[in-house]
Ligand binder design. Structure first.
Ligand SMILES: Nc1nc2c(c(=O)[nH]1)N[C@H]1C(S)=C(S)[C@@H](COP(=O)(O)OP(=O)(O)OC[C@H]3O[C@@H](n4cnc5c(N)ncnc54)[C@H](O)[C@@H]3O)O[C@H]1N2
Ligand code: MOO
Length: 424
């Protein structure tokens, strides 16, 4: 190799950029700039899945409403349980789930009971049927069972009057069930933020049309549609906007008039950022447009009209990474979640050599899998290019590398964000 005396450009070796914000700073700025959207609606219970409660929910009833049996067996009185040896008890009735036994149960008596049935008022214990011997209308009970066992107490799950869920709670399937266990037909949820989005770029060809020379199909709008829909916001897709000042400016104004957030993809890298910035100076403003992450450094954030504006980078993987790391928590706050959770990070052993330049936090695409002993390990997808969407589709986690990190050797521990902890 020929040696030259030319100065070594640090630009090739590191990615430091004094104009870039760190991911944490950008996230904080974005969260601070938005408020929950105003407006709420009453929805039938199931319609509320993935929505956010607009007000706290108090329990009008206790759950369960009565002490009830946790096992099929016999409801008995504690004092009748034998300390040693065995006793013989008279079966005086049956308690079914939904059909209680309402009579008295005296000393030396018991009631056949099914799981979920109300425990008769004179009894305090349920003995599993496997632990007794039944002889006609009597049971023979040996020492062992303890007073109070196998009884689920009234209010054990939810107490009457208790705040079951706070305003801002996102309704997961379990929360939907929890709300249903209280009996209301409707719940009050916050209006969904309305997000308008469009793509920019003259190379973008709508699906179904033949590709012209140099054309590509517009994938970002579809990825974006999927991510927004999964998050549970209302989407308005404005299509591909031709790359002229007039059309873009009109698109921004139009989008902002009917949306809480406007998302564009493409056209935010160095040369063109000024262009979008120019347009936004007329109709809004850009607060920042560079974040020290890879992929996804060019990300514009600001306002257009009354709407929040996010300009996602055009590279398909960059758009996905910036969406999950920055746009999703911002939208969650607009949806009414007070403190959107940071995606969890887990330490996992890496199988590969990873390389990066210092200066940007990096989100490499990884595949988490178990080795023969069942231990979790991660490998990087073959391509880490921000244009290779198939690597994103193959991956099931992000491998998160620190700003200044440069290398990871096989066997070293890295931090990963599994997608099942990142996506709602
Ligand atoms: N001189 C510099 N050039 C670039 C820089 C830089 O710092 N200096 N940053 C690079 C990085 S990093 C990224 S990311 C991209 C972001 O660019 P833009 O947001 O301006 O996006 P475009 O230039 O419009 O497109 C980039 C790439 O992505 C493809 N693309 C765009 N939109 C879509 C879409 N809807 N569906 C599918 N693919 C799309 C587009 O064809 C380009 O290949 O800038 C780098 N450049
Ligand atoms: O970050 Mo660009 O987002 O490196 O491809």
């Amino acid at each position: 190799m020929t040696q030259t005396n030319a100065p070594v450009s640090t630009h090739c070796h590191d990615d430091h950029d004094p104009d870039s914000m760190t991911l944490a700073q950008a996230r904080q700025r974005m969260l601070e700039s938005v408020a929950p959207v105003t407006g709420h609606e009453r929805l039938a219970m199931r319609e509320a899945l993935h929505r956010v409660l607009a007000e706290p929910v108090q329990a009008p009833i206790a759950v369960p409403g009565h002490d009830n049996a946790a096992m099929d067996g016999y409801a008995v009185r504690g004092p009748d349980l034998p300390g040693e040896g065995s006793v013989r008890l008279e079966v005086v009735g049956t308690a079914w789930a939904g059909n209680p036994f309402s009579g008295p149960v005296g000393p030396g008596e018991c009631v056949r009971i099914m799981t979920g049935a109300v425990v008769p008022k004179d009894c305090d214990t349920v003995v599993m049927q496997e632990k007794v011997r039944r002889e006609s209308d009597q049971i023979i009970l040996s020492a062992g069972p303890r007073t109070g066992e196998n009884v689920r107490h009234a209010g054990e799950d939810v107490q009457q009057g208790q705040t079951v869920l706070e305003a801002g709670a996102a309704i997961t399937p379990a929360r939907l069930g929890l709300l249903a266990s209280l009996g209301p037909v409707e719940v009050t949820v916050r209006r969904r933020p309305r997000v308008t989005f469009f793509s920019t770029g003259d190379e973008l060809t709508p699906l179904g049309q033949p590709l012209p020379p140099g054309g590509i199909y517009d994938s970002n709008r579809h990825t974006l549609f999927g991510m927004l829909t999964e998050l549970g916001v209302e989407v308005l897709d404005m299509g591909v906007i031709p790359d002229t000042r007039e059309t873009l400016q009109a698109a921004f104004v139009d989008a902002a008039a009917c949306a809480d957030m406007v998302i564009s993809t493409g056209g935010v890298s160095v040369g063109e950022a000024d262009y979008i910035r120019d347009i936004l100076d007329q109709v809004g403003r850009v607060d920042f447009w560079k974040v020290a992450i890879k992929p996804g450094r060019p990300l514009a954030f600001g306002r257009v009209g009354d709407a929040v504006f996010v300009g996602l980078p055009g590279n398909p993987v960059s758009a996905v990474v910036t969406f999950y790391q920055l746009v999703q928590p911002t939208l969650q706050r607009m949806m009414g979640v007070p403190e959107p959770a940071l995606p969890p990070l887990f330490p996992v052993v890496c199988q590969d050599t990873l390389k990066k330049r210092p200066g940007r936090m990096e989100f490499q695409r990884g595949v988490l899998e178990q080795d023969e002993e069942g231990r979790l390990q991660v490998r990087a997808t073959l391509s880490q290019s921000s244009g290779v969407l198939s690597s994103m589709s193959e991956a099931n986690c992000f491998i998160v590398l620190d700003m200044e990190q440069e290398r990871v050797e096989p066997g070293e521990t890295v931090q990963v964000q599994p997608f099942w902890g990142v996506m709602p």
